[in-house]
Design a protein around this ligand. Structure first.
Ligand code: ZN
Length: 218
């Protein structure tokens, strides 16, 4: 009996040892979606809310170059792509097993991109960091100049629900804010070529001075 117990303990021990190799899916580090980026409006910025009367659940980015390309942030799948009647040309991408450097956890993340001038992907497409999702622009009802607005959500089931909308549109539905993450907690700046990314804060103070301090990825 004692021998049998020993054997069972050994088997359980071996099984426990082998579990991490199954559970450890390849995590990925997601990079910023515009290569030479200015943050013109930051996450939940108080001055922004005061000026415009609503909370800002993402980042607004423009480029310091003439390129308006919006790149995918890593390996993912396009869940939706099309014209939203309020938020303009919209792409939604799911990035599995994304590392959240601020907390050290790994989650599947949803990125919603809005106001695009053009869309370069269709629903169901696989993307990598080298996939152009389109060009940022000024489409939709409330955009006041060409920029990329994007937001990050941990809710992969109701991925089309956003706290940015008070009432639902055709693609994006009015949602809650509890699952939204600040891009600063997630994104990396990929400094090596061919991406050679940089990021700064620029503008009227609708962002914190440290908001562009992302960890670097070689
Ligand atoms: Zn915005």
């Amino acid at each position: 009996m004692k021998k049998l117990l020993g054997l069972v303990v050994s088997i359980v021990f071996l099984l426990t040892l082998s579990i991490p190799s199954f559970a450890q899916a390849a995590t990925q580090k997601l990079i910023q979606p515009v290569n030479d980026a200015y943050i013109t409006a930051g996450f939940l910025n108080a001055k922004y809310e005061q000026k415009f009367g609503f909370k800002h659940y993402g980042w607004d980015l423009t480029s310091s170059t003439s390129s308006r390309t919006v790149w995918a942030s890593g390996k993912g799948t396009v869940l939706a792509a099309g014209y939203d009647n309020i938020l303009g040309n919209t792409v939604i991408v799911k990035y599995p097993d994304a590392y959240i450097h601020a907390t050290g956890s790994t989650k599947d993340l949803i990125f919603r991109y809005h106001h695009l001038a053009s869309i370069g992907v269709s629903k169901g497409a696989s993307v990598t960091k080298d996939t152009s999702l389109g060009k940022y622009g000024n489409t939709g009802k409330y955009s006041t100049g060409a920029h990329l607005h994007f937001e990050i959500d941990t809710d992969t089931t109701y991925y089309q629900y956003s706290p940015t909308l008070g009432s639902s549109s055709n693609i994006i539905k009015a949602g809650s804010s509890s699952t939204i993450l600040s891009p600063k907690k997630v994104l990396y700046t990929k400094v090596s070529s061919p991406d050679s990314q940089q990021i700064w804060v620029l503008g009227d103070g609708y962002q914190s001075s440290t908001e562009a301090d992302l960890p670097l990825l070689k």
